[in-house]
Design a protein around this ligand. Structure first.
Ligand code: FES
Length: 86
């Protein structure tokens, strides 16, 4: 994957912005506080906002935690027993 410079004023790459988001930045200003992207002329702030949205979508597709899967399996077993199936 090619890493491109997203913020030319501060020399910050797209990868560095994604790392800032994954480290907890939730707004363009918070990204700027972590890696300085978007703190110069501001022309890259729209690109940073897009990365924030992409990372939010990516995070929402995370796998279901094991504890929830186990609860669902238990629930399914109880339903089958309740219906007389095993
Ligand atoms: S290009 Fe990012 S602040 Fe100017």
């Amino acid at each position: 994957m090619v890493d491109r410079e997203l913020c030319h004023c501060m020399g910050v790459t797209e990868r560095e912005v994604r790392l800032a988001i994954r480290a907890g930045a939730r707004s363009v200003d918070e990204v700027g506080e972590q890696c300085e992207a978007g703190t110069g002329c501001g022309s890259c702030r729209g690109g940073i906002q897009l990365l924030l949205q992409q990372e939010e979508r990516r995070a929402s597709r995370r796998p279901i935690p094991d504890a929830i899967v186990q609860q669902l399996a238990l629930f399914e077993t109880r339903i089958r027993r309740g219906l007389g199936r095993r």
